[in-house]
Write a protein that binds this ligand. Structure first.
Ligand code: HEM
Length: 449
């Protein structure tokens, strides 16, 4: 449709006019140059039920309170992710958590091969990834068989499906008042996730000690108790709105990374020669005596190129969370009224023939210099998966770090293939994040574990 109707296109969904944006230059114009105009979120009925209506990512508040909360979330994430760690070869706390979980996952896959002869990787990746964000938010680690966590992460699949495809009630208001099974389901999922997080927050309030800030939740409670005023905006944000930030961080922090890693494994098994090239690079630069670390990243251009190509080719976050205009504005010569719902089509940019040669071919080499020794920054910046501008993902650094460390550790230690030599099904289910079909895999240890 973008080819026929252009990069700024309007469609009608039910009672709502929706502006659909395509093209990298149009994204930059709307989301960066006119960032304030396009920084809102639409008041969708489904979004009112996320995080008790107070979500940083989904609620339609985009004023000073949202700005203050976003800054607070960014600084809490930064403080805990980059906190120094002691007694390991890691450079910071988040790296230490990820490396521990990645090691555990290697052992788990090897054990499952011995005991069960195969495994569904998503089922285990999700718990390891949830443990990283849970360590930062709640200083808590869960076992892979922990029923509470397993049932919670299963709910996230349902959340993604409902939030991504929208709901009739978002576009035809009468459906808000009629019996609607998918909406009831969506509310149930949100209420359950919210109750789980509230339980942890309550425990944190009970054991809070201002001289021992254990995690992001403690640091947010501390912020409330000190009644700190946001220095930049002079804005006072309610305690509940501060502590609820942890909801967004936890929710956004594991589904995306889990999906990225499970797509990575799919590409490894679909392209065994590419898996071999990754392993050859890891063997040459790291060897088998130690595990990959963040400080190795610059020396592993093929691994970085593989990750960029996985982001681009899968485009597993096909659209950003919907945006909304905050005032009357214009874009590429078209008038756009205030409160227009805007869909940002990241998938189109990642498959645009104008900027990619053979966009449907999976080819990590497209990001490498002629000698294969470095990644082209210009090409890398064209991949669009974290959004752009004022609403750009605040977990991007942690997300990229997790994907790099989990993937390089897994592929250094194990060789992946499809169980029974089947061909992987790379078709995607639509949702806020697009998932591939669940499947059984094999992993052969490459060295003595
Ligand atoms: C928003 C992608 C990891 C926290 C977003 C958006 C995208 C995105 C596309 C919406 C941007 C927009 O609406 O324009 C990703 C991908 C990830 C990832 C691909 C991993 C590979 C994370 C992690 C965290 C996180 C690890 C937290 C620790 C958030 C939050 C928002 C957000 C809080 C809402 C920002 C706002 O509305 O102001 N992310 N994300 N994300 N992300 Fe991520």
């Amino acid at each position: 449709m973008a080819r026929t109707y252009g990069e700024v296109m309007q469609i009608q969904i039910g009672m709502r006019s929706v502006l659909v944006l395509s093209g990298l230059d149009t994204f930059k114009q709307a989301l960066i140059k006119q960032g304030d105009d396009f920084a809102g979120r639409p008041d969708l009925y489904t979004f009112r039920h996320v995080g008790d209506g107070q979500s940083l990512a989904f609620s339609n508040d985009c004023g000073e309170i949202w700005k203050a909360r976003r800054r607070l979330a960014q600084s809490a994430l930064k403080a805990f992710a980059s906190a120094p760690c002691t007694g390991s070869s890691c450079s910071c706390l988040v790296e230490e958590h990820i490396c521990k979980e990645a090691d555990y996952l290697v052992g788990k896959f090897a054990e499952l091969m011995e005991t069960k002869g195969g495994f569904d990787p998503c089922r285990y990746i999700v718990v390891s990834v949830a443990n990283v964000i849970s360590a930062m938010c709640f200083a808590t680690r869960y076992g892979h068989e922990d029923q509470e966590l397993v049932s919670l992460v299963d709910l996230t699949d349902e959340f993604g499906r409902a939030a991504g495809s929208g709901n009739l009630a978002d576009f035809i208001p009468i459906f808000q008042y009629l019996p609607n099974r998918s909406m009831e389901n969506f509310k149930r999922v949100n209420a359950k996730v919210f109750a789980f997080i509230q339980g942890l927050v309550k425990q944190h309030y009970q054991s809070f000690d201002k001289d021992n800030i254990r995690d992001i939740t403690d640091s947010l409670i501390d912020h409330c108790q000190e009644k700190k005023v946001d220095e930049n905006a002079n804005i006072q944000v309610s305690d509940q709105k501060i502590v609820n930030i942890v909801n967004d961080l936890f929710g956004a922090g594991f589904d995306t990374v889990t999906t990225a890693l499970s797509w990575s494994l799919m590409y490894l098994v679909a392209y065994p020669e590419i898996q071999k090239k990754l392993q050859a690079e890891l063997d040459r630069i790291i060897g088998k005596e130690r595990r990959p670390r963040l400080s190795d990243k610059a020396m592993l251009p093929y691994a970085e190129a593989f990750i960029l190509e996985m982001f681009r080719h899968s485009s597993f976050v096909p659209f950003t969370i919907p945006h909304c205009t905050t005032r009357d504005t214009s874009l590429n010569g078209y008038f756009v009224p205030k409160d227009t719902c805007v869909f940002v089509n990241q998938w189109q940019v990642n498959h645009d023939e104008k900027i990619w040669k053979d966009p449907f071919t999976f080819n990590p080499d497209r990001f490498l210099s002629a000698q294969g020794t470095s990644v082209s920054k210009t090409e890398a910046e064209k991949v669009t998966i974290f959004g752009l501008g004022k609403r750009r993902c605040i977990g991007e650094h942690i997300g990229r770090t997790e994907v790099f460390l989990f993937l390089t550790t897994l592929v250094q230690q194990l060789e992946f293939s499809m169980a029974g030599g089947e061909k992987p099904d790379m078709s995607a289910d639509y949702g806020l994040t697009m998932k591939h079909k669940r499947c059984m895999m094999h992993a052969r240890p490459r060295f003595q574990l």
